[in-house]
Design a protein around this ligand. Structure first.
Ligand SMILES: NC(=O)C1=CN([C@@H]2O[C@H](COP(=O)(O)OP(=O)(O)OC[C@H]3O[C@@H](n4cnc5c(N)ncnc54)[C@H](OP(=O)(O)O)[C@@H]3O)[C@@H](O)[C@H]2O)C=CC1
Ligand SMILES: O=C(O)C1=N[C@H](C(=O)O)C[C@H](O)C1
Length: 275
């Protein structure tokens, strides 16, 4: 393919676990090119993004100024896409900046509040810029969420347990929050109280998400990303579980999102809406 017809992609958080995986997969993808790589830690400044990702030199130096990379993206023939895998404390500003420059954000970073998502949705609408916020790029997770929606037609009681590596900054996970939101959209309130409960140690019962759904967050070395959903009713327990055993599992969803966001004019929240 000619360079001019490739989707130019900027990766923010280029030296992180997901940033490296994303750069590797873009390097192998015919209809995309890595245009820019941004990282906040100056130890990577000027280093080749491909070398850092472990896929060999791509001649794209890592920079630490997102704005200048976004400017570069605006100068391409095809509108650029920014993939963000940074940190909950940076993702809102990064996404707003990308939309302001007309560079379409594909946001994998979790930890955005409901107000921030609402604000970004309005901003993207005003700018007529496509944007995606995807709490989980893994198809298996979407299948688990769909199965949970089916189960919720028959079960009124459930709790969510999410388990992640201990480098994760935010809790509960974006996936668990989104799952609870999807269940809440069914118009039910779950887990009708049975007795008056007392938490002898605060937090014992996890956190309370939408429509009375409890989420319990486990952080341990050895995990990558896992979610269990336990439904209970008289005489039965129904359990759904998804395990991510390699970050490669997220990559088909990342590539799909990069392609889809170029066709959007508004912000869409959730991979299930673009499948
Ligand atoms: N949607 C999905 O399917 C998935 C989402 N995630 C989410 O993606 C995010 C990143 O995860 P992960 O890769 O594991 O985390 P890492 O900590 O491995 O990587 C994040 C990288 O981004 C850098 N960074 C932070 N802020 C900025 C900034 N403003 N500009 C540029 N770089 C920045 C960090 O630098 P430093 O180390 O100096 O802070 C770090 O190198 C998390 O929110 C995680 O929850 C993860 C997996 C899948
Ligand atoms: O931090 C992670 O690793 C992950 N974060 C996302 C989340 O918060 O749901 C997606 C996946 O679970 C991996």
């Amino acid at each position: 393919m000619e360079n001019e017809s490739l989707i130019p992609v900027v990766v923010a958080g280029a030296a992180g676990k997901m940033g490296r995986e994303t750069i590797k997969v873009i390097a192998q993808t015919e209809d995309m090119m890595l245009l820019g790589a941004v990282e906040r830690d100056s130890q990577y400044l000027g280093q080749d993004a491909g070398e850092i990702a472990g896929c060999g030199a791509l001649e794209v130096p890592i920079l630490n100024d997102l704005q200048s990379v976004l400017v570069m993206a605006t100068q391409q023939e095809i509108q650029g896409v920014m993939v963000d895998f940074t940190h909950p404390d940076s993702v809102y500003e990064n996404t707003r900046s990308a939309i302001a420059y007309g560079v379409r954000p594909v946001v994998g970073t979790t930890g955005l509040s409901a107000e921030q998502i609402k604000d970004l949705t309005e901003f993207a609408e005003k700018a007529s810029t496509g944007a995606l916020i995807i709490p989980n790029f893994c198809i298996g997770v979407i299948l688990m969420q769909q199965a949970a929606l089916q189960a919720a037609k028959h079960f009124d009681c459930l709790e969510i347990i999410e388990l992640h590596h201990n480098q994760k900054a935010d809790a509960p996970s974006g996936t668990a929050i989104k799952t609870a939101q999807m269940l809440a959209e069914m118009g039910k309130t779950y887990n009708p109280p049975q007795v008056e409960e007392t938490e002898k140690i605060p937090g014992a019962r996890g956190c309370l998400a939408d429509e009375n759904i409890r989420i319990h967050s486990v952080r341990l070395p050895g995990f990558i990303a896992h979610q269990e959903m336990i439904f209970g009713a008289a005489g039965q327990i129904y359990t759904l579980r998804h395990d991510t055993t390699d970050r490669a599992a997220f990559m088909p969803g990342v590539l799909l999102s990069i392609r889809k966001v170029t066709q959007l004019k508004t912000l869409v929240y959730g991979l299930e809406k673009i499948l």
